[in-house]
Design a protein around this ligand. Sequence first.
Ligand SMILES: *Cc1c(COP(=O)(O)O)cnc(C)c1O
Length: 410
Amino acid sequence: RVAAAPQRLVWLFSMNDRKKRKPGFSTLSVHAGELRQKLGDALTDPIISSATYSFADTQAVIDYIEQKQTREEYGRYGNRGERVVEAKLAALDCGEDAVLFSSGMAAIVVLLMTRLNSGDEVVFFDECYHRSREFCSDHLSRFGVVTHQVSACDYAAMEDAITPSTRMLVSESPTNPHLSIVDLSNFAAIGKKHGVETLIDATLATPFNVQPLGHGVDYVLHSATKYLGGHNDLLAGVIVGSREKLEAVRYLRGIMGPVISPHSTYLLQRGLKTFDLRMRRHNENGLAVARFLEGHERVEKVLYPGLPSHQYYDIAQDTMEGYGGLLTFLVKDADWRQTADIVDAVQIPRIAPSLGGVESLIEQPLVISYFECTPEEREAYGIPDNMIRLSCGIEDSQDLIDDLRQALEK
Ligand SMILES: *Cc1c(COP(=O)(O)O)cnc(C)c1O
């Protein structure tokens, strides 16, 4: 009974009525999933900080168990505010259902634990988020799950790695920090051909820029900590997919307990109100800054899928609405210290891991994520000493460009 489908909330528009025009993305960001008339006649949804929910009498308990009444029971199984945000996120990704978690990692851990049994195999594209791969290779391995990694976007290698025990194909798109773009239709087709489920971590793209379910992918995952929340003030994760597939995921979440707090849920809902506006600015800033950097004499190379020089420019043009605020660049003839000097000289972006918030963030992958690796390991991960990753926030692009110019020319 903890796996009951979320209560269908009143929609502003009937999403399934094909005769009606589908509401626009920003209208959905503001209104999808929300009741028109709310508790206390408030315009905003309440933060329900209740660990448990009371029943009027014994008959009410029995009615709930016999599923005659949809309601909340206990905080680990769900919360009304969370169901509102789940419905909103499902609408944005054009999925039937969504399940929220306390973080992006909690989402991927619960999904993989739901689908994989001892002896099962999973195949990753090797640029996928390193903690996701680490969970599979170092931890699910303890329960008999076998992990294979193949080069990102090598579809033949991925297909070759599939055996009768393969249960899931996993990739991120775009990848981080190389921003490789997966051909989602191709990826989904390989899964369908072999009867293997597919998962795309689309955190960097967001549903504004790409909708993997529409390409036939089974599950789309987001760290809502990044663009969906958008303000660097909460941790959350979400998986979107079919109601049928997500039922078991929701059930295991109820047992494992990585639930999002009511307060974070509220912040996420509030952040989503401006999601469309923010993504337009992130896309604009990312492209403007990428073009500026590509033209600067101290820059050796810029990795940004919206630049014609990018390896996956064509597939990005075909499948994406925009290319986001994240970009990676290499400083010409610079060792790691000279690269760090540029990071230290910028005045607007803060030095921090993470991405997708309104504040620009800058980091040198060698220092922040790979400092304890050997040079050989860094080479294998494709992390040169002169690499800088920049997450463009929503500041004015000219200010970001002027700031980067003074840092590069210092
Ligand atoms: C941040 C991130 C995650 C992990 O999400 P958390 O919310 O930090 O747990 C997973 N995938 C990608 C691509 C990310 O950027």
